[in-house]
Design a protein around this ligand. Sequence first.
Ligand code: DGT
Ligand code: CA
Ligand code: CA
Length: 576
Amino acid sequence: MPIHNSDISRILKQVADLLEIKGANPFRVRAYRNAARTVGDYPQSMAEMLGRGRDLVEISGIGEDLAGKIVEIVETGRLKMLEELQEEVPGDLSELLQISGLGPRRVAALHDALDIKSLEELAEAAEKQKIRALKGFGKKIEKKFLKEVKRRAKTDFRIKFAEAEQIAGPLQAYLEKTEGVKQVVVAGSFRRRKETVGDLDILVTCKRGSKVMDRFSSFEDVEEVLAKGDTKSSVRLRGGLQVDLRVVPGVSYGAALYYFTGSKKHNIAVRRMAQKKGLKINEYGVFRGAEEDRERIAGASEEEVLSAVALPYIEPELREDQGEIEAAREGKLPELITLDDLRGDLHVHTRATDGRSSLREMADAARSLGYSYLAITEHSQAVRMAKGLKRKQLEQQIEEIDELNEEFSGFRIFKGIEVDILEDGALDLPDAVLKKLDLRVCAVHSSFDLSVEKQTERIIRAMDNPCFNILAHPVGRLINKRQAYRVDVMRLIEVALDRGCFLELNAHPDRLDLNDHHCRLAKEKGLKVAISTDAHHTGGLRNMQYGIYQARRGWLSKNDVINTRKTADLVKLMQR
Ligand code: DGT
Ligand code: CA
Ligand code: CA
């Protein structure tokens, strides 16, 4: 059974959660939590590494004990220690941890005081107003719990794009290795690079007689075969994701790919347009003429299909019926940004705070990606959880960077900070210190509950400070986990434009904040965006790809993004 890093990470995180609920030694809890993160973000598959005889202890943050646990998970798909913990900790307490505002300590408190073991029991206790009286809780948080439980019940199961990618990659490779199979492509929302994916839609072309359907349904990750036919099968994988597979003939490959890439709204709009030209377009091709003597005029490739209805190629990321068809007709589609257009990353952390790689390791990793620059932006002191830097430590880092920069040619580390925006809109470090830096990324990490007016004013006040360069993760959402705080993004865009500052598109797959819609608003107003990874270790720099996908969904071109600029030009943009 192929074990993905995300499976290992999930198990280690469960261990950490359960240990914490049990009140275990905090250092032990943290070791598991960090390991879960390390494994989840790690660019190579642990299972493959072990298969090649590599020792996991090489990975920073993974000791003997943890390496042994990971081996056990890879070999058996399970972890005995977790199963033992689950026996000790009642019900589904870990499910409760998914509610924002509910950490292990509070879960334990709710369990001890009110015997709450599940989401339903949480909702019931909240409804009966039993929680507000407990020490450390209160009316506000009680209401929040209730809202959260209801919201979760409503949202369908959708997984984050990066998780879907970890599943789709090996499945695609597996199918490609089937005898007689020619092409395998993952269509649907996955191909449109949506930030979350409801299910996977795979298309296959193959020679007659290929056993691809048998092979698909016997993929090791399959938990249940929902349907199995000659041209269409559906399965549910371990972890719940559904996958549909269709075998299509080569002559209609392009039409099928186009149809199953969607979106549905885009398809419907194009079909309507085709109808006006007397053409019929479906998953088999583009057809002319009446029912009886209908003639196929296109179908083998997407380009062919689109050109049959007089349209140029439209990138999958744009196919949402958001004006792309009109733009295509008028020859006004944007030339979308690609990963190669970027010259650097403007938001990363190091071991000096809560990162896991050293300054030098981060710089070397950035150089090997071909970047010209990298901005080191540690948290400031107010973010205690992330070991935010005090003034003295920042000054020390500035010296280290100056020294390291001496060594490089054609590459520069920018001295930066991710400075906290305090509740009153002040920045968390004195201007005199901030001015010593090359650039300042500014971010909200607290007081998420302000009214939309107050939150917007808070950030605008911060932007009034001439030290403010880039607003990091502007709306603060965590996909599937925490909703955005309420803020008027349109107004932020206008003010940023006026003050000469920028908004970030945070490329971390949990954030992707700005979203596609916001990116487009920024572009329309003429505000440039920074695409940054917020990496906490060298592997995290690779998350840039997810930011690029999101930017493309937001119609951004190279020119709309500041970290495509040459070093000297970027320096100028950071001087307001
Ligand atoms: P998802 O799975 O919710 O993330 O989103 P999609 O876009 O992958 O949607 P899905 O899996 O239901 O269907 C895959 C594609 O198939 C969809 O993007 C467009 C196409 N499709 C599905 N149903 C229809 C339909 O009723 N009409 C048309 N024109 N296309 C459809
Ligand atoms: Ca789908
Ligand atoms: Ca589907």
